[in-house]
Design a protein around this ligand. Structure first.
Ligand code: CP
Ligand code: NVA
Length: 325
C-alpha cells in the first residue's frame, strides 16, 4: 500500500451568484466579479433565448423607465427585456411626469418605490441618478447620463467577448470625443484587463479624474490605458476600433465647434487600415454617418454594430434579473 498522501483537493473559487451592488449607476462601482457575473448571465440568457427557451424570472414585475432624453435602443431593449422576462416596463417621459413640473427626484423615487420593483433613468446630470438610487428602496439603473453609459459598455464587453473569446489583453482603440461612453469604456476595460487606447483632440480628451481613479483597478487586472491625440497611433494593430458621436445629446449648441475639432478623428477606411486585419468596428449608435464614421466602415464587413445593439437586450436582461429577482 502506498504511503503517499492524497493531494489536497484544489479549492475551486465559488462562483458569485449575486451582484455586490443594489443599483447599477456606473461600471466603476461594480467589482470585477460583478462584471463577470453580468457577462456570464447575459451569455446564458442569449443562448437560452436562441434555443427558444423562455426565462420568466421577472413574472409579474414592473420596471419604471424614466426618459428625459431621446432613446431607441435603450428604451426598446429594456421594454423587450422586461416583457420577455415576464414583466413589464412603464415608459415615463420626463416631461409628462410631475418631475418635469418641479417634483423632486427624492419624492419621485419614494413614490415609484411603492409601485414598482425597479427604476431605470436616462437623464443629463449624473447626480440625479445618484439621488434617485439613494432615495429609492428598489434597484435603480443608469440608462445614460452625461457622465456614464454603463449598460452600453457591458453589452459592448459581451460583444467583444463573443467575437474574440476573451477580453484580457484585447487591444481596443476608441477614437473621438472623450464622452460618457468613452468614460464607461475606460472602467469596463480596467475591470477586464483590456488594453485601451484613446485618441481625442485637445479640449475633448478624457478628464484626469477618470484616468487617475481607474488606475488602480487597471493595474490590478493588468489592463493598460494609452492616451493620445493621434488617431492612427491609437488604432495601430487594434482588435477593435470604437467610436461615438461628436455631438452628444445636450451638446447641440456646440455642434459647429465640435465638428471642426473632431474632423480628423473620423473612422474611415484609411484609419481602419492601421488596425489589425481581423479588427472589428464598433459604435454604440446612433451614428452620424459622414461625421465620426463613413458609410463604408459602418456598413462594411468589419462592422459589428448591429450585434452590439442586439446585445443590449441580452445584457440588460441579465442586469434586470440579477438586480430585481
Ligand atoms: N446606444 C444607445 O444608448 O442608444 P439609444 O440612445 O437609442 O438608447
Ligand atoms: N454619447 C452619446 C451616446 C448616445 C447613446 C450621447 O450621450 O448622446
Amino acid at each position: 500500500m502506498s504511503s503517499r498522501k492524497k493531494p489536497a483537493p484544489v479549492k475551486k473559487k465559488k462562483s458569485q451568484q449575486r451582484l455586490s451592488v443594489g443599483s447599477l449607476l456606473t461600471i466603476a462601482q461594480l467589482s470585477k466579479d460583478d462584471v463577470e457575473l453580468i457577462l456570464k448571465t447575459a451569455a446564458e440568457l442569449k443562448a437560452a433565448f436562441t434555443r427558444g427557451q423562455a426565462d420568466r424570472s421577472l413574472q409579474g414585475r414592473v420596471l419604471a423607465g424614466i426618459f428625459e432624453k431621446s432613446s431607441t435602443r435603450t428604451r426598446v431593449s429594456f421594454e423587450t427585456a422586461m416583457f420577455q422576462l415576464g414583466g413589464v416596463m412603464l415608459y415615463l417621459a420626463g416631461r409628462d411626469l410631475q418631475l418635469g413640473r418641479g417634483e423632486t427626484i427624492a419624492d419621485t423615487a419614494r413614490v415609484l418605490s411603492r409601485y414598482v420593483g425597479g427604476i431605470i433613468i436616462r437623464t443629463d446630470a449624473h447626480r440625479k441618478v445618484v439621488e434617485m438610487a439613494r432615495e429609492a428602496s428598489v434597484p435603480v439603473i443608469n440608462a445614460l447620463t452625461d457622465y456614464a453609459h454603463p449598460c452600453q459598455v457591458l453589452a459592448d464587453l459581451l460583444t467583444m467577448q463573443e467575437r474574440f473569446g476573451k477580453l484580457k489583453g484585447l487591444r481596443v482603440a476608441y477614437v473621438g470625443d472623450g464622452n460618457n461612453v468613452a468614460r464607461s469604456l475606460i472602467y469596463g476595460a480596467a475591470k477586464t484587463g483590456i488594453e485601451l487606447a484613446l485618441a481625442s483632440p485637445l479640449g475633448y480628451e478624457m478628464d484626469k479624474d477618470t484616468v487617475e481613479l481607474s488606475e488602480s483597478v487597471r493595474v490590478q487586472n493588468k489592463g493598460a490605458l494609452y492616451l493620445t491625440m493621434d488617431p492612427q497611433r491609437a488604432v495601430a494593430h487594434a482588435d477593435v476600433v470604437y467610436t461615438d458621436v461628436w455631438v452628444s445629446m445636450g451638446q447641440e449648441k456646440d455642434q459647429a465647434q465640435r465638428v471642426r475639432a473632431l474632423k480628423k478623428y473620423q473612422v474611415n477606411d484609411k484609419l481602419m487600415s492601421y488596425a489589425a486585419p481581423h479588427a472589428v468596428f464598433m459604435h454604440c449608435l446612433p451614428a452620424h454617418r459622414g461625421q465620426e464614421v463613413t458609410d463604408e466602415v459602418i456598413d462594411g464587413k468589419q462592422s459589428i454594430v448591429f450585434t452590439q445593439a442586439e446585445n443590449r437586450l441580452h445584457t440588460q436582461k441579465a442586469i434586470l434579473k440579477l438586480l430585481m429577482k
